[in-house]
Ligand binder design. Structure first.
Ligand code: CP
Length: 326
């Protein structure tokens, strides 16, 4: 089947068929090889790209910026103090203005509706760099990392331990189901994913050979897993919940003991980053129990977190080239 994503927005994985996700991963691997070989790309030559950030970012901002420059485009960063973001101008009006000047628009922010509205009105491809509900470019980097480690993704098992309702967990559930993978959400019951989303994901998985399970049992959740995945316990904007999250998520911290519970010595550790794994940040120095992963795991031989971070660049580049490139 020929996959053509030209002109499409990339907002959430639910919008993309399994073949389309596989196409993006294959293109990312190709673009990664090309960059490693030293070859320059021209797929986005002469294009202007707006990068809208309501929230801070290291990986996503840098990946979009470098991807633009690698392929000949000009990136323009617009932070929350630079444009209106719905305060003195509607999102629809901002979208129409940006669409007259730019060839593509990335958005990172709070409400998922904002990125949907941008895509509806901009008239150019819009890409989701993270919203409260979804983090789809992160998922592509996660599974490219697994593909590099294990080969074929179909049948691989990924166990995510932590807040089962956040944008990373949502994206892992949907993306794994689309690719015929087995996803386990390992969370306290208070942080189980939305039942409607779980039902929709199970429906998708039933057509691809994948599966989704949701459990509060660490032993059941990680047994046989090929990858164990963590995210911070309080997402951006949830800082006032830190004490409560430490209380309910302490048992879900990724430890060497938890890694061993998979029963597979080859299990890898993944994290979208940034991570709390020692006391060397302002936040973790103030809240020593906030750490979602032991330093021994984060720095250990099973950790692939920096390969995963690098893969943000190659996968984001693939999304831009597939939807906008020549
Ligand atoms: N994982 C991720 O989205 O990283 P940033 O917040 O640094 O972009």
């Amino acid at each position: 089947m020929t996959v053509d994503l030209k002109g499409r927005p990339f907002l959430k994985l639910l919008d993309f068929a399994p073949d389309e996700n596989r196409h993006l991963l294959a293109l990312a691997a190709e673009l990664k090889d090309k960059k490693k070989s030293g070859a320059r790309g021209r797929a986005l030559d002469g294009l202007n790209i707006a990068l809208l950030f309501e929230k801070p970012s290291t990986r996503t901002r840098c990946a979009f910026t470098v991807a633009c420059i690698d392929e000949g485009a000009h990136p323009e960063y617009l932070g929350k103090g630079d444009i209106q973001f719905g305060k003195k101008e509607t999102v629809a009006d901002t979208a129409r203005v940006l669409g007259r000047m730019f060839d593509g628009v990335e958005f990172r922010g709070f409400s998922h509706q904002t990125v949907e509205t941008l895509a509806e009105y901009a008239g150019v491809p819009v890409w989701n760099g993270l919203t409260d509900d979804w983090h789809p470019t992160q998922f592509l980097a996660d599974v490219l990392t697994m593909q590099e480690e294990f080969g074929d993704l179909k049948g691989q098992t990924l166990a995510y331990a932590g807040d089962g309702r956040n944008n990373v967990a949502n994206s892992l559930m949907v993306g794994c189901a689309k690719l015929g993978m087995h996803c386990r959400i390992v969370s306290p019951e208070d942080l189980f994913p939305e039942p409607d989303l779980v039902a929709a994901v199970k429906e998708i998985a039933s057509t691809t050979g994948g599966s989704l399970s949701v459990t509060s049992s660490v032993e059941d959740g990680v047994r046989g897993a090929d990858a164990i995945y963590a995210d911070v316990w309080a997402s951006m904007g949830e800082e006032d919940l830190i004490a409560e999250r430490i209380r309910i998520l302490g048992a879900y911290k990724i430890t060497e003991k938890m890694m061993a519970l998979t029963g597979k010595p080859g299990t890898i550790f993944l994290h979208c980053l940034p991570a709390f794994h020692n006391l060397d940040t302002e936040v973790s120095a103030k809240n020593p129990d906030i750490q979602e992963v032991e330093d021994a795991v984060f720095e250990g031989p099973q950790s692939r977190v920096f390969d995963q971070a690098e893969n943000r660049l190659h996968t984001i580049k693939a999304v831009m080239v597939a939807t906008l490139g020549n």
